[in-house]
Design a protein around this ligand. Sequence first.
Ligand SMILES: [Zn+2]
Length: 103
Amino acid sequence: MQRIFTASGIGEARLVQQMLEAAGVRAQIFNDHASGALGELPATETWPEVWIERESQSALARALISGYESAPDEAVSCRGCGESNPVTFEICWHCRQPLPDRT
Ligand SMILES: [Zn+2]
């Protein structure tokens, strides 16, 4: 197991996890129930973390995450379920429908 990403919230953590798993990288989220510990720990230690199961996939995972972080701050709404997805996604993270082409 290797920590690959620290998210600012559980929604972002889930988005990153879905993105990794869509690319075949097994990922898990930790600390997603830790908010009750606020006040005892530094805030950063309660942020959700995304961990990958296979360290051999860390290069791929980092490439995906850096693509996610450098993506324009735009979202595309899924026509199927209405969830917003980063523009770099080709399928909806929520329902896996193909997303509208932005070009
Ligand atoms: Zn959808």
